[in-house]
Design a protein around this ligand. Structure first.
Ligand SMILES: Nc1ncnc2c1ncn2[C@@H]1O[C@H](COP(=O)(O)OP(=O)(O)O)[C@@H](O)[C@H]1O
Ligand SMILES: [Mg+2]
Length: 238
């Protein structure tokens, strides 16, 4: 579904992402982990077109997409959420999703009905006419997911989407992410919450100082000494 080969992104003298190659299969939930500053967000930004990598190649469904803009990628079926939710605060929740339906690249006869269907799918729990700035964390996260899905995405990029949720909210959220995957959407997620990563990901890649130090299944990663070492002083991976 998605392949990166030798992707590199620099900020001045700093190599934020160094020679990173990953392959993500259709229908997978693929996790990106690593200590703070490891380059996870920058790497995701290269995939979503917010940054143009200096080196390397990115292919999506066997098509070279390196250097395309976020809008072009959105129309090809790649959507993302942000580490800090970026809805339109003064618009209603429904209008937020409608904007994505209308500008997502595919024509819908009834954008409002389509928006409501998606909000229903993500289990949006309150009246859809609530103004976005009045939503709580869990509601905002559902809204972010609804907006990303509303663009008919086949590949969803999630940056720390579980951050800020309480432990009691986490299981429901994990179920939602799996439900999205089961509906045919491939997912790449960055996450600090280990319970989320371990509970949801089919495979994981670990970044450290911009470079990929390991990839594999949850079990393989848990038992990899390079990974444990990278996390010393950080939160324990187990
Ligand atoms: N826009 C930017 N300009 C300069 N340096 C940046 C920028 N974005 C990130 N960096 C640096 O690149 C490195 C990787 O950052 P980031 O991708 O945000 O890491 P992570 O998401 O893994 O915490 C860090 O050293 C960070 O300070
Ligand atoms: Mg980050």
């Amino acid at each position: 579904m998605l392949k990166t080969e030798g992707v590199e992104k620099r900020f001045g003298g700093l190599v934020a992402v160094k020679d990173v190659s990953i392959t993500v299969n259709k229908g997978e939930i693929f996790g990106l982990i690593g200590p703070n500053g490891a380059g996870k967000t920058t790497f995701l930004n290269c995939i979503s077109g917010f940054y143009k990598p200096e080196k390397g190649r990115i292919t999506f469904k066997e098509q070279d997409i390196t250097g395309l803009s976020p809008t072009q990628l959105c129309h090809k079926g790649i959507a993302r959420t942000f580490q800090i939710a970026r809805s339109f605060p003064k618009l209603s929740a429904l209008d937020n999703v409608k904007v994505s339906v209308i500008y997502g690249g595919k024509q819908h006869q009834n954008p409002e009905r389509r928006a409501k269907e998606i909000m229903d799918f993500v289990g949006f729990p309150v009246a859809t006419n609530i103004i976005a700035e009045n939503l709580n964390t869990m509601q905002l996260k559902r809204l972010e997911l609804a907006r990303a899905l509303a663009t008919n995405s086949e590949l969803l990029l999630l940056d720390e989407v579980a951050a800020g949720l309480t432990p009691s909210e986490l299981p429901t959220f994990i179920e939602l992410i799996k439900k999205i995957r089961d509906s045919g959407v491939t997912i790449i997620c960055i996450e600090h919450v280990m319970k989320f990563i371990m509970g949801v990901c089919d495979r994981i890649a670990v970044l450290n100082f911009g470079a990929k130090i390991a990839d594999g299944t949850v079990e393989e990663i848990k038992n990899d000494p390079k990974v444990t070492e990278a996390y010393l002083g950080e939160e324990n991976v187990h």
